[in-house]
Design a protein around this ligand. Sequence first.
Ligand code: HEM
Length: 448
Amino acid sequence: MSDRYPPGPPNDSFGTRHLAAMRDDLMGFCLRLQRRYGDVSRFRLGPFDCYHLTHPDHVHEVLVEKARSFRKPTRLKHVFGRFEGQGLVVSDGELWLRQRRLVQPAFLPAQMADFVEPITKLTREMLQQWGDATTIDFAAEMRRLTLRIVARTLFSTSVDDAVEQLGEAVDVIQRWSMREMNRVMPWPTWLPLFGQPRVRAALAFVDSLVRRIIRERRASPTRGADLLSQLLNAVDAEGNGRGMSDRQLRDEMVTLLLAGHETSAAALTWSGWMLATHAIEQDRIADDVRSVLGERPAEFADLPQVAPVERAFKESLRLFPPVYFLSREAAEPVQIAGFKIAPKSQVFLNPYLTQRDARWFPEPERFDPQRFTPECEHDRPACAWFPFGAGPRACVGRSLAMLEGTLVITAILHLFRLEPAAGQGEPTPEWQLSLHPQGGLRLSVHCR
Ligand code: HEM
């Protein structure tokens, strides 16, 4: 194995300078690394040796070819494990593999047909509240809608009455998680969420809601068209032939709820902004939608015909990937890009920078959905576009997220034209748990 290290900025004694720089301006820091040192760089962050990788081939090495040499970072496990227990996002090894085998079939594209009707219905309910030529906080609308959709696809109708409170609890949890990820010293794991009454209350609420739903469903096992039913009936055919314990089921449901809500809301919000600021493209897509659907709502069979909507959604995910940073911890000595990476080193992948690189996307700042025709996609390196990650740990909810993105945009453009509201300038990206426009997004909506 090579013992060469990649170049990088000089270390200060505890690596706190880089930590401060990252906290002040995360992408500025990463961009400087890439400009000065290239696709692979190394720097110190507190006690950790860190690597920043931006070349698609190196991303592929980490996430796909050598995925077994990496695990989820300890810090991430501590923070998210507080809420998600041993769910898919934080587990590793045998437990992760078994759970992934149990959860994945519920998201197979063939299962998605059941969700078309509820997603379209919930979107239309939202659109009925929009008046002609009114200004809305599009980001808030998308947050509410995606929460309703994720709750509906996970548990059917059982949480309709609790959806507002659930939204608040999820917000509190996400904000706390982000703060914790940014702290120099993490909240010790042995310390309960002491002194954090709002976080404790939010967790207690989500926990009791999910446990109650699982209990009720176990007591009267109806086979509903939702993910909970699929997970309740899943058995590990390749392993011990058993299903999930209630504890594990709770952890996976909370994981799916948290992983599937903010990310989808962010993706839809940025798509709305892209379409609002590209009127010609927006009208062209809307014409396509109307010619396919006429006056009726979209059905599963329409999806291939509304491919231009899917391409616009993918292009928005390129420019504004909700998960803008992926991290891994080396579990053993491993070589990436010909450089040595020692165990416990932290590896950062950066979809935001990779997806705005002119080598893979000429004129990278330009919004151009045509980049996602099958021919263009085929001509790019595999991990030049990876908003859902890649390899064995790629997003398990990808098919649901793509379905949701396509259907929600289809329903909006079918009925409304989007424009930036008066006074709404270019939004500033906010590097939260997922990438959001700072301060929301105000759009004005006009009936078509
Ligand atoms: C546009 C929306 C979404 C985006 C951009 C997104 C992005 C991602 C990414 C990048 C990862 C991999 C993280 C890593 O490798 O460290 C991931 C993992 C995951 N996502 Fe998504 N996601 C989205 C929607 C969803 C939805 C709707 C669900 C479920 C309802 C979901 C559930 C998960 C889960 C459980 C994992 C962990 C998978 C594993 O480690 O085995 N995501 N997501």
